[in-house]
Design a protein around this ligand. Sequence first.
Ligand SMILES: [Zn+2]
Ligand SMILES: [Zn+2]
Length: 427
Amino acid sequence: MASDPSARAPKGTVDMLPATARVWEHLLHTAEGLFSLYGYEPIYTPIFEHTDVFVRGIGEATDIVGKEMYTFEDKGGRSITLRPEGTASVVRAALEHNLTANGQSAKLYYAGPMFRYERPQAGRLRQFWQIGVEALGMPEPSLDAEVIALLVRFFEAVGLPSDRMRLSINSMGDDACRPAYRAKIAAYIRDHSGDLCEECNRRADTNPLRTFDCKNDGCRAVMAEAPLLRDELCEPCATHYAAVKAYLDHLGIAYEEDPSLVRGLDYYTRTVFEVQAEGLGAQNAIGGGGRYDRLMEEYGGPPTAGLGFALGFERTMLALAAAGVEVPVPPVAEVFVARAVAEVAGDAFLICDALRSAGVAAEIDHQSRSLKSQFKLADRLRADYVVVVGPDELATGQVTLRDMATSNEERVALGDLPTIVLDRLGR
Ligand SMILES: [Zn+2]
Ligand SMILES: [Zn+2]
């Protein structure tokens, strides 16, 4: 069985087993709680879209569209692509359903799997999980600062210490100032073609700004001397960027300006940002995003401001592990109801049901285990308490309540059990 490839999850995918799925849910619940404080509402778009949604939105010359998409023809002959990221779908949906018509704004968040055909490595899977927000219809720089703060505060909320992460920001300019800068970088690449890798040379024609992202040491050295967009921003872009920084300063959010931060997607305009975590090596970005004020026009919509971020589950988990942060995972059962002898199985069953009805996570054995094995199971389920149901105690209307942390045992009247357990659990 194990040697049969079809018996294993496809390369670059993982089964999210309960221990990991619990961590994902913890991150998701943290996100839901925090994002709702900032006015975000959930949105679920299809996991696949017409391929064109991503080609138009993300850009033909990007690595994602050029090499990494899972694209196939469906039975109706349509070109379909599994979503490689969340923004394009959300913007497509917002346009389709007029969420930003008549000057309305929308704040949306999403969570779920994304798909890219990449070489799998630590923190990089072909099916990976992201949580993200998109804020549509709001051009002011206060929103940029708010969204950036939200990303940083999410990582703080899940326990990543501030000194283990670094926030980088940059401005990518807009249609008024970027084309001239792109041409300048393309010319710079051609002037230094001998010192740049083949890929970067190709980028001169397709996507020159991506050359800043090359991991090749030679290319990095050349690009470190390249002209910076920061110095070429038009007046409105420079004013916007300065205001974003001022708002971040007001909020006390620490950041570094990284003029080489360009992010890999064509749709960004003006503000881009990224949070990097310590201890992850070269793939250290755990979340990032930017403004995309032209994206909705790519889908034939009216000019509509947009801004968002996405954070990766796998990398966030790695960052938390590297920081020694244990994500609080609730026990499978708060209380395990054990029976001393088979004769009291019916009573134990009803006691367990009464606890569940009272809102306590309670579990019982369904495999005829011995009392000793029931205690082992209780341990495995990380139960805080075990209720032992025995015939002698039952005769006096009582059960034994054992605190698994202290090994303290006490007799408790059956009728009081749910109340006492809830009280012990602090509820
Ligand atoms: Zn290169
Ligand atoms: Zn500009």
